[in-house]
Design a protein around this ligand. Structure first.
Ligand code: GCU
Length: 607
């Protein structure tokens, strides 16, 4: 099973060298009766122009642009989409990245689709055929950078820049004809493996080591995109150890990779992960802004700060990270997570495009230049564990090309390419997918509060699992109230935003419901805009979420999926219904026990 490329199975010859050759091959194979001329216009880069002519089609484009144009044509003709006489298109973002969190031992951090496609037994070890499938999947939706290893680089992950470099070069060769460049996560303290007693970015021995390493690495992989760095985050080494800030830390690496056109993608997931729950001064969502906003303008031009979309960590609902609005002089990348860590482990359906649409509605066009997403692949036969999770991967690619892509368009196009159902069934499937995020949100932690998950594993309910822990993720539910006041009177988090955003959220009476408990601490008797009390809204959402999950199962049962997908989808759907029931009952009981307020509709809430 090759996700949405099932319709176009293709054994790619090893002799394939360039994206232009790949474009010819894909076209000849997918549209054998269609005459398509390719016209190479190097200056167009990743962009293309597609012309409908009397006798067929012509695609003008840069090197990878030809391949993207070819896929656009293949998709449109296969999905019977109208094409204009002239369609000009170019990606909105320069780097459209996939970050795999794969470990050398073959495990995948937060992976829900089997083992790694790249590593086994401590080193690179892969099936080239499957790598080509992944590369085709990426190219078909316009993605162009692949980081293959976990941001948490533990031994022997460092060997990618050392003994395993020749294998890395071979992997780069496999994906190059698809217009994809490799990236590697690096260990900030790697020079210390080589007899240098420090990783201080201002130490000349450290600088020389990275410069020499970069030149060796780029000699082996001349088109390497760059290094991805998780520093001073969740126990990883970084410049703080030496009293240096992150501009000093990142710029040192940037200097080393600059001669080769490389970039340093520097993650901003920095916070105190050893917080005392008794400490009410520290508010974790403030951390990224506090660390990085003051450094705006100090980063080298080839440093990209990669910022998670929300201030916490990929919860079901979070506001836009204020850091994304605070660094106009810095190249920023938005980080999304395809892997469903907090969103159902690819057991529960959770289609992300509606959530991303909300993010891009709040994000000014000029705020970011690149996008990255943590991958949801593994070596499962269907690559994404849940066959329907492939829609997220597909939608992500389209979104990186055009952030204003309508979620319905990408979801329906994916469904049509993957299953080719008749229109009515396609719509049922798309409706199901597009509503799945709200459904999941309803039966899990309420109204933006997040974190009521089983600790570490992050699947299933545990309302107090993180309450007395050291990760800074508290809801402080008491007998009378729940949530944290993040306004000016509270932790001041809201003050990190520009005024118009502050205004939208600061008053609980006008704050959008779904963010209420992210920003405010409120009594259970608080009146929502529709007149219900807060606790009644929590009960209602949970009953609804569970009921919607059961209805979703009925819909999916009625659709004519191919047998191998059907079995997996229905088996997962059963597990989702069970999960939704657990969430519904546990969360409702939790709030009922605390508040003592009965359900206004007299439904069963367990004691
Ligand atoms: C989350 C996740 C970790 C991951 C981290 C990161 O905290 O649970 O597994 O390493 O994010 O983004 O670096």
């Amino acid at each position: 099973m090759n996700a949405w490329l099932n319709r176009f199975p293709l054994s790619v010859p090893e002799s394939l060298r360039t994206p232009e050759e790949a474009a010819r091959l894909e076209l000849a194979h997918a549209l054998p009766d269609c005459s398509v001329t390719l016209e190479s216009v190097p200056a167009m880069g990743d962009g293309f122009c597609l012309f409908r002519e009397k006798s067929g089609y012509r695609i003008a484009g840069g090197p990878a642009g030809l391949l993207y144009g070819a896929w656009r044509l293949i998709f449109s003709l296969t999905a019977c989409e109208e094409l204009p006489d002239r369609l000009e298109s170019a990606p909105r973002y320069a780097l459209r990245m996939i970050n795999c969190w794969d470990n050398p031992d073959g495990t995948v951090e937060r992976g829900y689709s089997g083992s790694s496609l790249f590593f086994r037994g401590g080193k690179l070890d892969y099936n080239p055929e499957r790598i080509r499938v992944i590369a085709r999947l990426m190219a078909s939706v316009g993605l162009n950078v692949l980081c293959i290893n976990n941001v948490n680089v533990h031994f022997p992950g460092q060997l990618l820049l050392e003994d395993d470099l020749p294998d890395l070069a071979r992997l780069a060769e496999i994906i190059r004809p698809f217009g994809i460049r490799l990236m590697v996560s690096v260990d900030y303290s790697q020079p210390m493996r080589h007899g240098i007693p420090t990783a201080d970015p201002l130490d000349t021995r450290v600088q020389a080591w990275w410069a020499e390493t970069a030149s060796r690495v780029w000699r082996a992989v001349p088109d390497l995109a760059g290094f991805l760095v998780k520093a001073d985050s969740e126990g990883r080494p970084g410049p703080f150890t030496y009293g240096r800030n992150h501009a000093e830390g990142a710029n040192m690496l940037a200097e080393a990779v600059r001669p080769f056109g490389g970039v340093i993608v520097w993650r901003c997931f920095v916070y105190n992960c050893r917080q005392d729950w008794r400490d009410t001064k520290t508010d974790r969502p403030k951390a990224a802004y506090d660390h990085y906003a003051p450094l705006d303008g100090q980063f080298a031009s080839n440093v990209i700060l990669q910022v998670k979309h929300g201030p916490f960590d990929f919860q079901v609902r979070e506001p836009l990270s204020p850091l994304l609005l605070a660094m106009p002089k810095t190249h920023l990348a938005l980080e999304l997570q395809l892997a469903q860590e907090y969103t159902g482990h690819q057991i529960d359906l959770y289609t992300m495009m509606p959530m991303w649409q909300e993010i891009f509605e709040e994000l000014p066009d000029s705020a970011i230049m690149s996008v990255a997403a943590v991958s949801n692949w593994g070596d499962d036969a269907n690559y994404t564990g849940h066959p329907l999770a492939a829609a997220n991967f597909f939608g992500y690619g389209l979104l990186c090309w055009d952030p204003h892509t309508d979620p319905r368009r990408s979801t329906e196009l994916w469904a049509r390419l993957t299953y080719g159902f008749p229109a009515e069934q396609e719509k049922k499937l798309a409706d199901c997918l597009l509503s799945s995020r709200r459904t999941y949100e309803k039966y899990t932690a309420p109204l933006g509060i997040g974190w009521m998950v089983t600790p570490h594993d992050h699947y299933g309910p545990n309302p107090s699992g993180y309450e007395y822990d050291l990760w800074g993720t508290y809801h402080k539910a008491s007998r009378d109230a729940v949530g944290i006041d993040r306004t000016e009177k509270g932790t001041g988090y809201l003050c990190q935003y520009p005024e118009e955003i502050r205004k939208k959220y600061e008053d609980p009476a006008s704050c959008p419901d779904l963010y209420l408990l992210f920003y405010h601490r409120l009594p259970y008797s608080f009146r929502m805009k529709d007149g219900r009390t807060l606790v009644q809204r929590i009960y209602d959402d949970h009953f609804e979420g569970y009921a919607e999950t059961e209805a979703m199962r009925e819909t999916l049962r009625s659709l004519p999926f191919p047998e191998e997908d059907r079995a997996v989808i229905l088996e997962r759907m059963d597990r989702q219904v069970h999960n939704a029931r657990e969430w519904c009952d546990i969360i409702n009981t939790f709030f009922h026990r605390l508040s003592g307020i009965p359900d206004g509709q007299g439904r069963t809430i367990y004691e």
